[in-house]
Design a protein around this ligand. Structure first.
Ligand code: PLP
Length: 394
């Protein structure tokens, strides 16, 4: 790609650019204010103050009652692992590890991998199915809840198709049965307004780089009185996550949360507008199918399957035009295996391989969307030709 080519970045569910105000807030902590927040002299205490300010900013965005309910981690994956493995490692009144857990088919690998570990350590995990829109079935969760169920973990919004789960209803179910509820809200935080306190959540994961903060920082909301066994031991983060704090990253996450909180009431409407235009434009193309829930969906996410083409080929073709989109979750891109999410939604493999995700974010404009809609059909037609010729030869 020529270096002067302007990039149209439409892959904000993979990662987001750092906002200038976030970088500004971080810079002092990468330069002179390098003190360890656990040191008692002033240089250290300045860092401590910055970390605690960020904790309050994160707590404010997610509607936590107390800032000390926010535990900083290195990423969203670590937050997921801390929630799930942290509960599974609790001793069960001396009767071995915690027993039964519930999750869904369409969770991010960070959650699914943690449950693989739980299983390997003797825990039982029930996996609830989703319908064709990617929504979990509440009745199935109710069916699986048992006396010894310790934790339910269902994502807030799906990273691929954007479907938002009925979180309020799941919380009610869990409360009724006295079961802890964790939600991976890595894709929801900053995109849709909610309050952990009002929803009654026990734990919630978030990640800095999905909301215009840097990579390498995340957080787990842990409601007071919820116990966890730390994965990294040490005295930091009230014994819940050891290790000297990533001060600059945490400051960046705090600032990004403050910015998101200010912009939340207006931002989703803008995205919704661009999303509608994208959907309209793409649905006009032959053999196109929109995936995900028709209404209960992230305002920035559009997921399509096109017949007679490979999603990966579309991504490569668009890249040559300076456009970044995704053919699957960033973590497993590079494989042509249809995603576990589409499979769970019942999308046939032959259709799923022709899938792409377009995810909007800060900095995107309607004119970029129009430009994309001009270029996309040309790339699609070209790649369909390539696919057809390849099929004829094989
Ligand atoms: N959960 C979801 C839903 C995600 O989309 C991602 C990243 O794509 C993660 C967890 C992992 O977050 P991180 O990249 O900060 O580890």
């Amino acid at each position: 790609m020529p270096s002067e080519q302007k990039i149209i970045y439409l892959d904000h569910n993979a990662t987001t650019p750092l906002r200038p105000e976030v970088l500004e807030a971080m810079l002092p902590y990468l330069r002179d204010q390098f003190g360890n927040p656990n040191s008692t002299y002033r240089l250290g205490q300045q860092s401590r103050k910055a970390v605690e300010k960020a904790r309050s900013q994160v707590a404010a965005l997610i509607g936590a009652e107390f800032p000390d309910e926010v535990v900083f981690t290195s990423c969203g994956s670590e937050a997921d692992a801390l929630a799930i493995q942290g509960v599974s490692r609790l001793s069960n009144n001396g009767a071995g590890p915690q027993k039964h857990f519930i999750t869904s088919q369409i969770e991010h690998d960070a959650v699914l991998e943690s449950f693989r570990i739980v299983r390997a350590q003797g825990g039982e995990v029930s996996v609830v199915r989703v319908d064709r829109h990617g929504s979990v079935d509440l009745e199935e969760i109710r069916y699986h809840l048992r006396k010894d169920t310790r934790l339910v973990s269902i994502m807030f919004a799906n990273n691929e198709v954007g479907t938002i789960q009925p979180i309020q209803e799941i919380t009610h179910l869990c409360r009724e049965k006295g079961v802890l509820f964790h939600t991976d809200a890595v894709q929801a935080v900053g995109k849709i307004p909610f309050s952990v306190k009002e929803l009654g959540l026990d734990m919630l994961s978030l990640s800095g780089h999905k909301l215009n903060a840097p990579k390498g920082v995340g957080a787990l909301y842990v409601r007071r009185r919820v116990n966890l066994v730390p994965l990294v031991t040490g005295h930091q983060e009230r014994e819940r996550r050891g290790g000297t704090e990533n001060v600059a990253g945490i400051v960046g996450l705090g600032e990004a949360c403050a910015v998101a909180q200010k912009e939340l009431p207006i931002h989703p409407r803008e995205f919704l507008w661009m999303r509608q235009r994208l959907e309209q434009g793409l649905l006009r193309l032959p053999k196109a199918q929109l995936n995900g829930h028709p209404t209960s969906r992230l305002p920035n996410t559009v997921h399509f399957s096109f017949d007679g083409v490979e999603g990966h080929a579309l991504v490569v073709g668009l890249d040559l035009e300076g456009i970044c989109i995704s053919s699957g979750p960033a973590c497993s891109s590079g494989s042509v295996e249809p995603s576990h999410v589409l499979k769970a939604m019942g999308v046939p493999a032959s259709v799923a391989v022709g899938s792409v995700r377009i995810s909007l974010g800060w900095g995107n404009t309607l004119s970029e969307v129009e430009e994309f809609l001009k270029i996309f059909p040309k790339v699609l037609n070209k790649q369909r030709e390539v696919f057809k010729n390849f099929e004829l030869r094989t």
